[in-house]
Design a protein around this ligand. Structure first.
Ligand code: C2E
Ligand code: MG
Ligand code: MG
Ligand code: MG
Length: 290
């Protein structure tokens, strides 16, 4: 479920250290304005192939920077958007920007997959597939190079319908990832009922995977489970070389985390990318190259 408003405000105060009266001013209409004014934007966190150490793509993460209030964290405005119903507009907003960004990277010679967070609420939108089709009309290969990350935070009510929609999206070329695996939100039921290609281990497990800890047993079993189901495994929140090595040896395929880089806005990401070694960079293979 969503956070009650009081919890939201406490978290916001905690994050940006504002007096209560200021934090209280963040509302659904502020969020609408932020989308119009560009104060809501997208940031990109690199993802790596753990075996080859190459950059495979990015996770697209929404950011809100208000000129007065400063940075408002996703853990605050995503629940707000889910509560107000604006999460659907926000998702289209993020997808549009991410598609345009991916196209710019492609033109500059970088082949980066984009992973986009999709709320369960989006799946219920009428004519969802038509909207996707319109949005990908100008793309050469439909939804190829796109991963949709799903978390069951708002609850999928009808698995049959969700399965139908997700299967149709997959047929358009994208991959489906079950995000935050191991938290209460992402259950075995979903894994069993829906056509996922990938399991994304939650940071709360990844953080402890190089220690003697219950989380380690769960992490290793989750990787094993994913392998048995033929799924790719991605770890989020890798912060130390020890965690990376543990996960790599256990068979985890990909990862992202502060060990490499946090999410960065476009210009910062591009500068960062151009500083990476040529072996790690996701260079596009030229079709006519010999
Ligand atoms: P998520 O989808 O699980 O995204 C991963 C979160 O972990 C991101 O937080 C990322 O910045 C953070 N992270 C990655 N590596 C590390 C690390 O090494 N250490 C630590 N401490 N954190 C790391 P962020 O950007 O604050 O987003 C939080 C959540 O908000 C996301 O969790 C996602 O559920 C939601 N969210 C963010 N952007 C969007 C969006 O565009 N649409 C939707 N529906 N949800 C979004
Ligand atoms: Mg995610
Ligand atoms: Mg996640
Ligand atoms: Mg997470």
């Amino acid at each position: 479920g969503f956070l009650p408003k009081s919890k939201l405000l406490t978290e916001l105060d905690h994050f940006i250290g504002l007096p209560h009266n200021m934090a209280r001013q963040v509302t659904a209409s502020d969020l609408a304005l932020a989308m119009q004014s560009g104060h809501l934007f997208t940031a990109y966190q690199p993802k790596y192939d753990l075996a080859s150490r190459k950059i495979t793509g990015v996770e697209v993460l929404a950011r809100w920077k208000d000129p007065v209030l400063g940075i408002i964290p996703p853990d605050c405005f995503i629940p707000l958007a889910e509560q107000s119903g604006q999460i659907v507009d926000l998702t289209w907003y993020v997808i549009k920007r991410a598609f345009a960004q991916q196209e710019r990277w492609r033109r500059n010679g970088s082949e980066l997959n984009i992973a986009i967070n999709i709320p369960a609420q989006l799946l219920k939108v009428p004519n969802l597939l038509d909207t996707f089709d319109r949005m990908v009309a100008s793309r050469a290969k439909g939804l190829e190079g796109v991963t949709l990350e799903l978390t069951e935070n708002t609850g999928i009510e009808c698995y049959r319908y969700a399965r139908h929609i997700l299967q149709a999206l997959r047929e358009r070329g994208c991959r489906l990832s079950l995000d935050d695996f191991g938290t209460g939100h992402s259950s075995l039921t979903q894994l069993h009922q829906l056509p996922f290609d990938e399991l994304k281990l939650d940071r709360s497990y990844v953080s402890h995977c190089d220690e003697e800890h219950d989380a380690t047993a769960i992490t290793l079993s989750a990787i094993e489970l994913a392998k048995r189901l033929g799924l790719k495994v991605v770890a989020e929140g890798i912060e130390t070389p020890g965690q990376l090595e543990r996960l790599r040896l256990a068979g985890c395929d990909e990862g992202q985390g502060y060990l490499w880089a946090p999410a960065m806005p476009e210009a910062e990401f591009n500068a960062w990318l151009s500083n990476q070694s040529i072996e790690q960079r996701p260079l596009a293979v030229k079709a006519n190259a010999v």
